[in-house]
Design a protein around this ligand. Structure first.
Ligand code: AMP
Length: 219
């Protein structure tokens, strides 16, 4: 049986966290917990909470810490994550979130935190051409569209540009990343949990790099 893993993936928007976390979750057989995907699901359901979340998201702003912490905490107490672990994608994004995560995971601490490093000029290009499936979240781009008329190859859902992939929201999200989330790289380095992996280049190559780095740190 493959051992589980408790991982956090940091990285700028457009670094490829979603794609890589999906692949790592299959490799290590652990749930991929993406706060962005959870929020987009709430928006799609059209709940009161979803409507509120959408306001923050389409402006590229972060949701308040207490709200997002509540959602993640509820997910991390479920049996699958307690038994096998998880890959957290999009959380923590602020120091307060990181501190709370350390408290929540007290008895089962993180194995490691990966910083998927891709330069800003590269992510800007990727974000502008990114397209996603509204149903399953699969990633495409203008250069690599689905086979048939913007219909998802995996689930048949509609493939669109994310509402927060506009020029203005992209800039705001990247600014917030530098202000709020980039300091977590040092925060985790000081706690001896950080591993930096080069996220530039072909997706398969990056996956191989990540698996190698994570497995070598675990042995
Ligand atoms: P993502 O798909 O990870 O880029 O997240 C999309 C949006 O969801 C972000 O721009 C925020 O508005 C919101 N969001 C996701 N995760 C968090 C978080 N940990 N803290 C605050 N807001 C978040």
């Amino acid at each position: 049986m493959i051992p589980g893993a408790r991982l956090v993936m940091l990285g700028r928007q457009g670094a490829g966290k979603g794609t890589q976390c999906t692949r790592l979750s299959r490799h290590f057989v652990v749930p991929h917990i993406s706060t962005g995907d959870m929020l987009r699901a709430a928006v799609k359901e059209g709940t009161e909470f979803g409507r509120k979340a959408q306001e923050y998201m389409s402006a590229g702003e972060l949701l308040p810490d207490d709200i997002i912490i509540g959602i993640v905490e509820e997910r991390l107490v479920k049996d699958d994550t307690r038994e096998r672990g998880y890959i957290l994608d999009g959380f923590p994004r602020t120091e307060e979130q990181a501190e709370t995560l350390a408290t929540i995971t007290g008895e089962q601490p993180l194995d490691m935190v990966v910083d998927l490093d891709v330069p800003t000029d590269v992510v800007l290009g990727r974000l502008a051409s990114r397209r996603v499936c509204v149903d399953c979240g699969a990633n495409y781009s203008v250069q690599t569209p689905p086979k048939h008329n913007w219909t998802c190859d995996h689930c048949g859902g509609e493939v669109i540009q994310r509402e927060d992939d506009t020029e203005e929201a992209i800039q705001r999200r990247l600014d917030l990343y530098e202000e709020e989330t980039a300091p977590l790289v040092d925060w985790y380095r000081k706690r001896d949990l950080l591993m930096v992996v080069d996220g530039d280049g072909d997706a398969d190559e990056v996956t191989a790099r990540l698996v190698r780095a994570i497995e070598s740190a675990r042995t």
